[in-house]
Design a binder for this molecule. Structure first.
Ligand SMILES: CC(C)(COP(=O)(O)OP(=O)(O)OC[C@H]1O[C@@H](n2cnc3c(N)ncnc32)[C@H](O)[C@@H]1OP(=O)(O)O)[C@@H](O)C(=O)NCCC(=O)NCCS
Length: 405
């Protein structure tokens, strides 16, 4: 067993823990130049390291932001990022120890929710996170794919210079707003790493912005990927969409219309798009937009179950009583009544029993309670209650995060 201590990192340990993270994720160490550009995005705040003596062997990080929950409220959330353990110290409980400290910190700071993107789906369930919003990967064929004539049109799409992108994108993202459950705010510290990767000196992405009658209302960050090689000389270039946000259907259609108009590419690929984004339906032939995969995207953990359940709204249906268990934050273990008027703790007998990670799966409306019950993740004590829970928790739009962190 390796001995290690878990504690907040110091100012002096920012660079070494960032390098540790990069190595765990199979990326190169940052150069001094790059660190000068992005170091401010890795402050010594809300970061817990595992140390063998003075040497860091693991790191977990998060930043505080807001998340849109069903009903439209923006609720405080910890966005967990920067998770890595040194390759020669994995599978000996380093992450488990760091996660326990991090969760206790979230609870002590009164955060109702925590979210993350998982590199592998097997890692975070044991810490009470559940797969809460899915994303789909699309491939749209060019030049075959065309928007049909009734697709709303209007406004103008223009390319930004890198300097304009750095200056304008943060405000444009804020302007578009958190209009789907699962979307999160991007604090100022989020942008430098993204800018550096995509539009900075080492980045190769372009940024196009749509403006409508009220000004800029959508953007896409994309790159051209060349697939031609000795082995496949006929393979053309494709556009790869990294980040696409639009305030409404006109801006969204205009951005896709623009992407599909770019010459000399054989297709447009996009990963982690909303599962209900109607791209195929914008086309004259929906088969030109193929869904290649639907994967877990955002994972969510209720940190304060009572506050989390009270923060979202519910659709009209009779109330249900949930028995929730939480191994790591036992104060959450208890019964909660959820109904169209809201949610509260109760002593009433439970209709459905589930662990806190499964509640995370239910929370944004991605999964139906009856589906989770059929998969053995919810214990049903009253079958009619599972159907009521479906109605209560369902949302009009599918949840979606749309932010890499
Ligand atoms: C993922 C990672 C952080 C796990 O750290 P770790 O210190 O090895 O995790 P722990 O030892 O605390 O593991 C706890 C449990 O999870 C399991 N587990 C951890 N990582 C796993 C993985 N990648 N695949 C399958 N199981 C995993 C362990 O086997 C252990 O199971 P047990 O409790 O039944 O024994 C580490 O492997 C890593 O840095 N990977 C590369 C970077 C990465 O993927 N980071 C996550 C970014 S989202």
């Amino acid at each position: 067993m390796t001995a290690f201590d878990v504690r907040p990192i110091t100012e002096e340990e920012r660079r070494s823990t960032f390098d540790l993270l990069r190595r765990a994720l199979h990326s190169r160490r940052v150069t001094d130049d790059v660190w000068a550009r992005i170091g401010e995005s890795w402050p010594a705040v809300h970061k817990f390291g595992a140390f063998d003596g003075e040497t860091p062997v693991g790191i977990v990080s998060s930043y505080d932001t807001e998340i849109a929950v069903p009903g439209g409220r923006a609720v405080p959330v910890a966005a967990v990022e920067g998770v890595g353990v040194r390759a020669d110290r994995t599978r000996r409980g380093v992450l488990s120890a760091m996660m326990a400290v991090q969760l206790a910190d979230f609870a002590a700071r009164g955060l109702p929710l925590a979210v993350l993107h998982a590199s592998e789906p097997t890692i975070y369930g044991r810490f009470g996170y559940g797969s809460a919003a899915l994303g789909k990967t699309l491939r749209v064929a060019r030049p075959a794919a065309r928007l049909h004539e009734r697709v709303p049109a209007g406004g103008d799409v223009r390319l930004l210079t890198p300097a304009e992108a750095v200056k304008d994108l943060p405000a444009l993202y804020r302007r578009i707003g958190l209009h789907r459950p699962g979307m999160i705010g991007r604090p100022d510290s989020w942008w430098p790493i993204s800018h550096d990767r995509h539009v900075g000196p080492d980045g190769d992405h372009l940024v196009a912005v749509h403006s409508g009658p009220d000004g800029d209302d959508g953007f896409v960050v994309y790159a051209t990927i060349t697939r031609r090689s000795l082995g496949s000389p006929d393979e053309g270039a494709v556009l790869e969409v990294h980040d696409l946000h639009a305030a409404g259907p006109v801006a969204r259609a205009a951005l896709w219309r623009y992407l599909l108009s770019v010459d000399l590419v054989s297709g447009v690929h996009a990963r982690h798009r909303p599962v209900d984004e109607p791209l195929a339906l914008l086309l004259t032939d929906h088969r030109h937009a193929a869904t290649l995969a639907v994967e877990d995207d955002l994972w969510l953990r209720p940190v304060d179950v009572a506050a989390a359940l009270a923060a979202r709204s519910y659709r009209a249906a009779g109330p249900v009583v949930l028995a929730v268990t939480d191994r790591l934050l036992p104060a959450n273990t208890g019964h909660y009544e959820v109904g169209p008027d809201g949610a509260r703790r109760t002593d009433a007998p439970a209709d459905l029993a589930l662990d806190v990670g499964t509640l995370g799966m239910l929370y944004l409306g991605q999964w139906a309670a009856t589906t989770l019950a059929a998969a053995g993740r919810i214990e049903v004590r009253d079958p009619a209650a599972a159907v009521r829970a479906d109605e209560l928790f369902t949302t009009v739009t599918a949840p979606w995060c749309g932010t890499h962190f």
